[in-house]
Design a protein around this ligand. Sequence first.
Ligand code: AMP
Length: 184
Amino acid sequence: MSRLIFLGPPGAGKGTQAAMLAAELSTPHVSTGEILRAAVSGCTELGMKAQSYMDQGELVPDELILGMVRDRLTQPDTKSGWILDGFPRNVSQAKFFDELLVAIKQAYDRVVNLEVADETLVTRLLGRGRKDDSEDVIRNRLAVYREQTAPLIDFYHNRHQLVSIDGDQPIEDVMAAIRQVIVP
Ligand code: AMP
């Protein structure tokens, strides 16, 4: 069983690696960005509230995210494991998550931190062509990452559960490095 948190800047390959690993381990891949994009396409209330933040590369407010994650992690398929990608995104989400895990009697095994240099991130994101991948939005997402998400590296490092991996390698090599550090 695996319960993993993927951390890293936008464009580090979290989504790609989390999806590959999830398929390999038959564990649900929980991407908050994907849940939000589906909500936007489905014109749900959540989607309508979240869209403007996403379009600008800002974080969607915690009050919309926390209930969404709680709902997802209390569905039956995530009982025996999950791979989280895109959450937590700031320290208050991480603290909420600690409480949620206690409440649902679960714990994460590892936090996988993918490291990639800024220049590579911008090139990768520009090549991806998602709606929020224009250059100014990308720059904002990187700034938001640095200010709000990067502090989670210390947050989890202090608990000795963080493993950092060089994400600036071919996809298969990153995958191989991740396989070596996760609890099977
Ligand atoms: P991602 O697919 O992880 O790059 O997320 C795309 C966008 O969704 C982000 O730029 C945020 O606007 C929003 N988002 C995804 N996850 C979160 C989260 N945990 N907290 C706040 N906003 C989020």
